[in-house]
Design a protein around this ligand. Structure first.
Ligand code: PMP
Length: 408
């Protein structure tokens, strides 16, 4: 694939022209939310100016156009994930809601006393808490796959945890807190060997590498629009067809039924509509489709390769800083640089570096168990996207050095 032309890419992002505290914005909080290309922003204007209507119900032109555009995104997500069929894609509010859907529908139908669900220590709270809530109610056991000192999953421990009791493994593809890339294909194979299902949280993987749910043999795969150059309020869940078909609905309402009757009971719609009660985020779904098109236009491989260059440069440069410790040092990493600095609180670094125009994340990154494992409450996290430049990395590192000198 052609290498990424970062100057060209940047032209698509109006927000990058912003100044923050009179400094050019250097946006390095992409693991939280990526910025939005003008083509995606334009989708909203176009939708609300030309064909805003509720979908799947009208027999009028605007409703038809909105429905067609909405359903087209389903096909684009199918292609993006290499799913078998478009009806295996369920639209949700994001990764969190996609995981909650699996927990509340599949989990409720399949988990009880004596069963085990494995989650990893690398998980975002959104892949921990929904399982804890259901475990408390249904009496199954939640077990944790440990990580080593580099922030890699302990695969020997994973093998040892797997048993006939294991019903599902819930693991992220890439850790948002460390950038660790997990061997999800191998993990899926091992889970399947004991008859367990695997749910993969792809929130951090979707923006950085090509996803192939069939090659992974994922049972469920979730991602969010707002981390892959799309809008907030939308995401998707992929599921194997036979699983989705067997799963009960989790929310009731319009759109998810065939017929409703007080006497004869209610017949549910086929997948995916069975899981899409109520009016969805129509404009956002359409915009997500445009975002995925934008990603394909640049090339996901080119984006991943460029982010790797940025990560290498940043890792090298900060490694020389006295008292700075990087968390997450596996050879297989995506564009996340998480670190703590001796004698300097992450929060102080975050606030002061913002004064210099640099946006990074500080805190627990919704991964408190993982941070506790490393003996810290918070880290600083710089995370990269297609539009970041080597100059920005240098500005970030220089700013970081200044800030550390100020607080020490
Ligand atoms: N999982 C991971 C690995 C994430 O990085 C995030 C977002 N930080 C989520 C889940 C939750 O995504 P959302 O808030 O979009 O539902």
């Amino acid at each position: 694939t052609a290498p990424l032309d970062v100057a060209q890419v940047r032209k698509d992002f109006p927000i990058l022209e912003r100044r923050v505290h009179e400094k050019p914005l250097v946006y390095l909080d992409n693991a939280a939310t990526s910025q939005t290309p003008r083509q995606v922003i334009a989708t909203f204007d176009d939708y609300f100016a030309r064909y805003n209507a509720n979908i799947h119900r009208g027999l009028h032109t605007l409703a038809d156009e909105a429905t067609a555009a909405f359903e087209q995104t389903r096909h684009k997500v199918r292609a993006f994930l290499n799913a078998e069929e478009a009806r295996q894609i369920v639209f949700t509010r994001g990764t969190t809601e996609a995981i909650n859907l699996v927990v509340q529908s599949w989990g409720r139908a399949n988990l009880g006393p004596g069963d085990e669900v494995l989650v990893s220590l690398l998980e975002h709270h959104s892949n921990i808490v929904p399982w804890q809530l259901l475990a408390a109610e249904r009496g199954f056991t939640l077990k944790v796959i440990p990580v080593d000192a580099r922030g890699a999953l302990d695969l020997a421990a994973y093998r040892a945890l797997l048993s006939e009791q294991t019903k599902l493994v819930a693991v992220n593809h890439i850790s948002n807190a460390l950038g660790t890339i997990n061997p999800v294909s191998e993990m899926a194979q091992l889970a399947h060997a004991v008859g367990a299902r695997i749910l993969i949280d792809g929130a951090q993987a979707a923006p950085h590498q090509r996803i192939d749910v069939q090659a992974i043999d994922a049972d469920f795969y979730a991602f969010s629009g707002h981390k892959v150059y799309g809008p907030t309020g939308v995401g998707a869940l992929y599921g194997k067809r036979e699983l989705l078909e067997a799963m009960p609905p989790w929310q009731g309402g319009g759109e998810m039924i065939k017929t409703v009757s007080f006497d004869a009971g209610t017949q549910f719609a086929d997948i995916p509509h069975k899981f899409e009660a109520g009016t969805p985020a129509i404009a956002e779904v359409i915009a997500l489709g445009r975002a995925l098109e934008w990603v394909e236009g640049v090339g996901i491989e080119a984006i991943g390769a460029w982010e790797h260059v940025l990560l290498e440069r940043a890792t090298q440069a900060v490694s020389g800083i006295d008292g700075l410790r990087i968390l997450g040092t596996t050879p297989e990493k995506a564009g996340v640089l998480s670190f703590v600095v001796e004698g300097a609180h992450a929060q102080d670094i975050g606030l002061l570096i913002d004064q210099l125009g640099v946006a990074i994340r500080t805190g627990h990154h919704c991964a408190q168990p993982l941070l506790h494992h490393f003996g810290v409450e918070a880290t600083c996290r710089a995370s990269f996207a297609a539009y970041n430049t080597l100059d920005e990395v240098d500005v970030f590192v220089a700013a970081l050095k200044r800030v550390i000198d100020m607080v020490r």
